[in-house]
Design a protein. Structure first.
Lengths: 395, 166
């Protein structure tokens, strides 16, 4: 099944070969970018319908079920609606900044897609500091939140923008520190090398994915929570919640610009999920060797879909956090936990040469103790701040 | 002196001029962000990957946000200045700027860097930078960490005072 696995790569090489040598670098770049530009917005459309149906079933109702078979063409109807809506800009708004803000969100997010490995030999750009590039362009998206909130000339937009920026910069630290443990253990910032380091299984039934180590498991959970907060998803979506602040910094955007913001947010979610898959879940690697007849890009897609389902599931289950709870959670719980995770990763690395009996169990126990005991202590400390609620009417 | 450098350098200078002379403060801050981005492009063009990406991460992702927060929290109304940006004696400032540029250019051109210019740049990896930081330059690294901690504690104390007074 090597041919199917490398089908896209061979197709690209064949098409690039059709061009004259002068134009070949440009053709190569365009052919690397175009599938991303086609596939991920399509996945965005499908995700919106999956989310609405999924949330509907979790909330004991049907989702959209009118357009198409079981409502599955709803995203086309939504897209057409967004395209044909009138573009209303407030008169007092700063028109230039108001116009540019969606693009300042979209362009860095699309840039971030260019360093992720989607399959074997399927990275658009394989740069030496790929992970650093990803976080650098990810941090450039925070400006768009400010631009949207400020240019709308609306108090609620400004409040939502302030909360949004504060949340995004607070959760960037745990996100980067959780990825730092992976870089420590692999020794490289190159994402293809990080995937290759997870390729040889421990035993035939246990892959060498980083999520199956104590620091990797804790790191993956911390990464997941920080990614949810970075993408402004429930339970961290107070900056753009409809019942709290009437969509916050997005309130003065209508029609296509709102659709672009929506697209940018979901694309950011896909990008950071793909990074989580690359760092912790083995990227495009199959879990067991006998399943390697399934192409690598299909494995990546399956993992991405399961992460999306996880995010939708969390959205349908957990209530929203207040801003002060959110910030306290980031600075007083997640940041110390990520720092302790680094210590646990270091212990795991330096205890590789232990020769005592049950060495693996002892390593697991000590690393898990380093992680679980502070988790329990922090949980107790945070719980004393918020006393047990007394419900007067619901018994 | 190829086309890429000319475009990036022109963008840097134009956005810096715009950051200096626009009336709306938020527009100035955003043009400054474009200046930071073009400086990062220059670093990447010189094949300094780590510095270029750190420039984006730190300057655009943190310093620009800081500037923007400062504008947000201190300007309650949208005041654009009525008076002209350029003062009547602008030619004095221009003369001083040209003189400073000439002095800097003379100093750089007569320094040792230009004389011992190598044709091939050394290949520096992030691993090499980390190695140097942890072995040769560990003392400056720790001192900077201490300085940043002091700044952080100072900022927290300044911010805390306001709440205790109410």
């Amino acid at each position: 099944m090597e041919a199917v696995d490398q089908a896209f790569v061979s197709l690209k090489h064949w098409i690039v070969g059709l061009f004259p040598p002068v134009a070949q670098p440009w053709a190569s770049i365009l052919l690397s970018i175009t599938p991303i530009l086609i596939f991920f917005p399509l996945l965005f459309g499908i995700t919106t319908i999956l989310e609405r149906k999924g949330l509907g079933r979790m909330q004991n109702r049907l989702g959209p079920n009118r357009v198409g078979p079981a409502g599955f063409f709803q995203f086309i109807a939504d897209g057409l609606k967004m395209l044909t809506k009138e573009d209303i800009v407030p008169r007092a708004a700063d028109h230039a900044v108001h116009f540019i803000a969606p693009f300042v969100l979209l362009v860095p997010v699309l840039l971030a897609f260019s360093v992720l490995p989607y399959g074997r030999n399927m990275v658009p750009i394989d740069i030496d500091s790929g992970l650093l590039f990803f976080f650098a362009v990810g941090s450039a998206t925070e400006l768009s939140v400010f631009m949207a909130g400020w240019s709308s000339c609306n108090k609620y937009s400004l409040l939502g923008a302030m909360r949004g920026i504060a949340q995004m910069i607070s959760y960037e630290l745990p996100l980067v520190l959780a990825s730092l443990t992976v870089v420590m253990m692999v020794g490289s910032l190159r994402l293809t090398e990080i995937v290759d380091a997870q390729s040889v299984p421990y035993w035939p039934w246990l892959p060498r994915w980083h999520v199956f180590t104590p620091w990797g498991c804790a790191g993956f959970l911390l990464f997941l929570v920080a990614a949810t907060a970075e993408s402004n998803r429930t339970p961290f979506d107070i900056p753009e919640a409809e019942s709290e602040i009437i969509a916050g910094y997005l309130v003065e955007y209508s029609g296509f610009k709102y659709a672009l913001f929506f697209l940018g947010e979901y694309l950011g979610l896909f990008a950071v999920s793909s990074l989580g898959i690359t760092l912790f879940l083995g990227g495009w690697l199959p879990p067991f060797a006998f399943l390697s007849f399934i192409p690598s890009w299909l494995w990546f897609f399956v993992k991405l879909l399961s992460m999306i389902f996880l995010f939708i599931w969390i959205r349908g289950t957990l209530p929203r956090l207040r801003t002060d709870q959110l910030m306290a959670f980031a600075w007083k719980f997640m940041l110390p936990m990520t720092l302790i995770n680094i210590v646990a990763a270091a212990l795991w690395h330096f205890s590789r040469g232990w020769e005592v009996p049950f060495a693996l169990g002892l390593r697991w126990l000590s690393c898990a103790a380093i992680l679980v005991v502070p988790y329990w202590i922090f949980g107790r400390a945070v719980a004393t701040r918020f006393a047990k609620r007394i419900y007067r009417y619901a018994t | 002196m190829d086309a890429g450098f000319v475009i990036i350098a022109a963008l840097t200078v134009v956005s810096a001029l715009a950051a200096m002379s626009l009336r709306n403060l938020v527009h100035c801050a955003l043009c400054l962000t474009i200046t930071f981005a073009s400086l990062a492009a220059l670093y990447l063009k010189l094949n300094a990957q780590f510095v270029g990406l750190a420039q984006v991460l730190v300057y655009i992702g943190a310093v620009a946000i800081l500037i923007v927060f400062a504008i947000l929290l201190t300007r309650s109304d949208d005041q654009t200045p009525r008076a002209a940006i350029l003062s009547p004696a602008w030619w004095v400032g221009a003369g001083v700027a040209v003189a400073a540029f000439c002095v800097l250019a003379a100093a750089i051109c007569s320094s040792a860097i230009v004389k011992t210019a190598s044709t091939t740049a050394p290949a520096i990896s992030v691993e090499g930078i980390g190695d140097k930081l942890m072995k040769d330059y560990v003392l400056p690294l720790e001192v900077i960490g201490l300085l940043l901690t002091a700044a952080l504690i100072g900022a927290v104390i300044i911010a805390m005072q306001e709440r205790k007074q109410t």
